[in-house]
Design a protein around this ligand. Structure first.
Ligand SMILES: *Cc1c(COP(=O)(O)O)cnc(C)c1O
Length: 395
């Protein structure tokens, strides 16, 4: 019987190569883009080769839950963007955050966070607290850090924070907690947006699902560790639990990196018009943007730490705006969670991430039914401004 497998195997046996390597054509040129290889494992010819892999596992490939060629390529670029420290790619931002915490938390740990931040990160800490009795403290100001310095303290800082885009003074946290492990979630900053180069931070991480992917078509996260011992712990954690980015998403992310600068520049240009529009509106009561408006007290910190404030703005509209009805009339802007993509997105955080909570409960987080988070996309600015006019219609 004719067998397809037999034909393919014989072609590669005679060429002494593995499946998928083209045995027929001469290649003179180089492809412009990387190949996506879906192999879940890599073949070794000799035991010596396998030995060499084990001696060099962080920089080599054997099994795709640990590493793959395209993922190593991405990690190389992310490392270069972070002072050449070692990077690890994950299948989501939460995959990255949870791997770091499971790598670090012990029975003696104390987890410390600041103000309001991503709700799913909070869920991790609440579950550690509930299930394992791990100490968890959320502080509102630097003065509350007194007495918290210890090598068992793990701090998660989200800066700018969700949804009010407040900054945390990282230098001040480091000097208050010299022995703690400090983790920074940079999702709202995007890439290469730290003037201090993340000094004093042990682990820099973020979601690539937002600005970095930028097209609402992939989930990914990254972790960059300041030293090899942290890196090796997080590497082991990813290998044990799973959570590495898949090769298809890694490819998309490589593609996205090449338009990152273009997208961010367009976003910031659009944002300058959006901020002016909101500031000029008589029905916008407050505006939250890094270092400006309600956050103007942090302008010094913003100037010293960041190059730009990103593509997300939060604002509160006055009572006479028929916000819920207006949301149904928008043209190009979609109501969806997430941010940082070519599409403009809008949400009322109270209904998006805090559904079912009472007004009293969400007020503790500074939220209410009139607080809007807007993520500025890359549409022609007139599309965005037209939608904002619709969004702010009054009775
Ligand atoms: C979205 C987000 C995450 C989680 O990232 P995913 O890729 O959605 O898992 C973590 N932190 C912040 C600040 C985020 O905005």
């Amino acid at each position: 019987m004719n067998s397809v497998t037999q034909v393919i195997n014989e072609a590669h046996l005679s060429a002494n190569s593995t499946l998928g390597k083209c045995t027929e054509i001469e290649v003179y040129g180089e492809p412009l883009n990387p190949s996506i290889n879906y192999s879940s494992a890599y073949a070794f010819k000799t035991i010596e080769e396998l030995g060499a892999y084990h001696e060099n596992k962080f920089d080599s490939v054997r099994y795709t839950r640990d590493s793959s060629l395209i993922v190593r390529q991405l990690e190389h670029y992310f490392g270069l963007m972070h002072s050449d420290h070692s990077a690890l790619m994950f299948n989501s931002g939460m995959g990255a955050i949870s791997a770091c915490f499971s790598a670090l938390v012990t029975s003696k740990s104390r987890i410390v966070t600041f103000g309001s931040f991503y709700r799913k990160s909070l869920s991790i800490f609440l579950s550690y607290q509930k299930n394992f009795g791990i100490e968890y403290i959320n502080v509102l100001g630097l003065e509350e850090l007194e007495n918290l310095n210890s090598k068992d303290t793990i701090v998660l800082i989200e800066s700018p924070s969700n949804p009010f885009l407040e900054l945390v003074d990282i230098k001040a946290v480091r000097s208050a907690l010299p022995d703690a492990t400090i983790i920074l979630d940079t999702t709202f900053q995007g890439l290469l947006n730290s003037k201090s180069g993340y000094q004093g931070i042990d682990i820099v991480l973020g979601s690539c699902t937002k600005y970095i992917g930028g097209h609402n078509d992939l989930l990914a996260g990254y972790v960059v560790c300041q030293n090899k011992s942290l890196y090796s712990k997080v590497w082991d954690e990813r290998s044990m639990r799973g959570g590495i980015i898949d090769n298809q998403s890694a490819y998309l992310l490589l593609r996205s990196l090449r338009t990152y600068d273009l997208r961010v520049n367009k976003t910031l240009d659009n944002m300058s018009h959006v901020l002016k529009f909101l500031a000029d509106s008589s029905v916008v009561e407050s505006i939250y943007y890094p270092g400006q408006y309600e956050n103007a007290a942090q302008s010094g910190l913003f100037e010293s730490e960041h190059y730009h404030g990103g593509g997300v703005v939060t604002f509160r509209v006055s009572k006479n705006v028929t916000l819920n009805q207006n949301l149904e009339t928008l043209c190009s802007t979609k109501m969806a969670p997430s941010f940082g993509a070519v599409d403009s997105l809008v949400e009322i955080p109270m209904y998006m991430s805090h559904w079912g909570k009472s007004l009293d409960e969400v007020k503790k987080l500074g939220l209410d039914e009139r607080t809007v988070r807007f993520s500025v996309g890359n549409e022609p600015i007139q599309y965005i401004l037209n939608d904002l006019v619709k969004l702010l219609k009054i009775k």
